[in-house]
Ligand binder design. Structure first.
Ligand code: ZN
Length: 445
């Protein structure tokens, strides 16, 4: 919904977007914005002044049976007015839910008047407890102190509060460094960078992080040089760090796709080699690593099986629905890479088995999904798709003729952005075609 705002600074009236209902399942993007403090922000188009708007909000999380309404204290509402707003928001949610999804806890939403308490509850659904938030606040305070402290005070603080200097602390420090760089605050940036260098060498956690970073860097560099990651390569780097669980984990997380049956065959061969050579200590160390990695591998398998099973269930629900488009829309959040993978393999399977009716039904769903996705793309992206799909240059020129109105500098900007994305994803082969398209577009500007 939109609301009329008058800028407190310059008096300009403008409209701002307001969201009052946030649902973990239905609108995860709103929840993410709420958590990062980017929800219900009004910015004056005239002078740029603005900030978070004061508005009631209802938050729903089905998994945690959480149904809470925030009524800002500063709105100074009487009891009846508050109850009225709570009732209205709760009804908005209930009316949208099919009857079978309505639950008893929704009949009595909890009213909260402090934004801090409201956010604590929201964060709890993400597994972030009040204690964790308090710890982070203390860490932030330590970080600010350290950034301004004289060397001897800093030494004292680091020693005194070493327990608070963990990976979260380093992540916060990095954010501050990035912020200072963006604000071109060189003095602050140098101070913070020095602080990080000091902590990296003087704390155990810092030294571990540095070791992990060096190990990861080595793996990435070699993978890039060899045009990709292989089981052999992952093993080679893991062997160098066997027994150091922190580094093992970092390497395996980065090299997940290479953690395969083939990998374990190679590792087992390596262990046998050590045993034959009589180096039992080394064999033991590697066996310990194999046990840990097998656990990671099993977890990964279980996770991907669950993803596939969920995707299969979503597909069945869409297939069973009378109104396919509505079903696709209702399940939009679940239509992800895993879903598309399941859908494509089911189509291939149906084709192979000669099951024409099923293949047709599945293909129809595939088409509807693509159509719905495309209808949300900006026209420039749709035009690029058309140009990529065109058979030859003549066909491309025809597409350009039909879309003369879109041939602007903006299209070139979109092209550059898309090319950058492919470049980052290591898909240079696509960019060759895009560069040719860019030439055609620029020739017409
Ligand atoms: Zn203004």
């Amino acid at each position: 919904m939109h609301t009329q705002v008058t800028c407190p600074q310059c008096g300009t009236p403008y409209t701002a977007e307001i969201h009052q209902v946030i649902d973990s399942d239905e609108t995860p993007e709103l929840k993410a914005r709420l958590i990062s403090g980017q929800l219900n922000i009004a910015i004056c188009p005239n002078c740029g002044a603005g900030g978070q708007m004061t508005t009631p909000m209802l938050f729903h999380d089905a998994a945690h049976e959480m149904f809470i309404v925030y009524i800002p204290q500063e709105m100074n509402l009487a009891y009846e007015q508050r109850e009225q707003i709570v009732g209205q928001l709760a009804r908005q949610v209930m009316d949208k839910l099919p009857p079978e999804k309505r639950r008893a806890y929704m009949l009595q939403p909890q009213t909260i008047i402090s934004m801090q308490t409201f956010m604590e509850q929201v964060l709890e659904t993400e597994g972030i407890t009040k204690e964790m938030i308090q710890r982070q606040q203390k860490q932030l305070e330590l970080l600010q102190k350290l950034a301004q402290a004289d060397p001897d005070v800093a030494d004292y603080l680091i020693k005194e509060r070493i327990g608070e200097i963990d990976e979260t602390f380093f992540a916060m420090l990095q954010q501050y460094i990035d912020g200072a760089a963006q604000a071109q605050d060189n003095k602050q940036m140098v101070a913070l960078t020095n602080l990080r260098a000091k902590l990296m060498t003087e704390t155990e956690i810092g030294r571990q992080m540095e070791k992990r970073q060096i190990a990861l860097h080595g793996l990435n560099r070699e993978a890039k040089a060899q045009n990709g990651l292989s089981s052999e390569l992952l093993l080679k780097h893991l062997l160098k760090h066997a027994g150091d669980e922190g580094v093992e984990n970092a390497l395996v997380m980065a090299g997940q796709p290479a953690l395969t049956y083939q990998f374990f065959t190679l590792l087992t061969a390596e262990i046998e080699k050590k045993e034959k050579a009589g180096d039992l200590a080394a064999a033991d160390k590697l066996t310990g690593m194999r046990t840990r990695l097998l656990k990671v591998f099993d977890d990964m398998q279980a996770q991907s099986q669950k993803l596939l099973a969920d995707a299969e269930a979503t597909l069945q629900a869409i297939l069973a629905a009378d109104d396919k488009d509505a079903a696709i829309q209702a399940n939009a959040a679940k239509i992800d890479d895993a879903f598309m993978y399941v859908l494509s393999s089911r189509i291939a399977q149906a084709d192979q088995q000669g099951n024409a009716a099923e293949a047709q039904a599945l293909n129809a769903i595939h088409e509807r999904i693509i159509k719905q996705a495309e209808s949300q793309y900006p026209p420039e992206i749709l035009l690029l798709n058309q140009l990529m799909e065109a058979q030859d240059e003549a066909a491309q020129q025809k597409v350009l003729d039909e879309n003369a109105a879109l041939l602007t500098g903006e299209l070139v900007q979109v092209l550059d952005a898309v090319m950058k994305q492919f470049e980052d994803a290591g898909r240079e082969e696509v960019n060759g075609r895009l560069r040719d398209i860019k030439k055609l577009v620029e020739a017409r500007l």
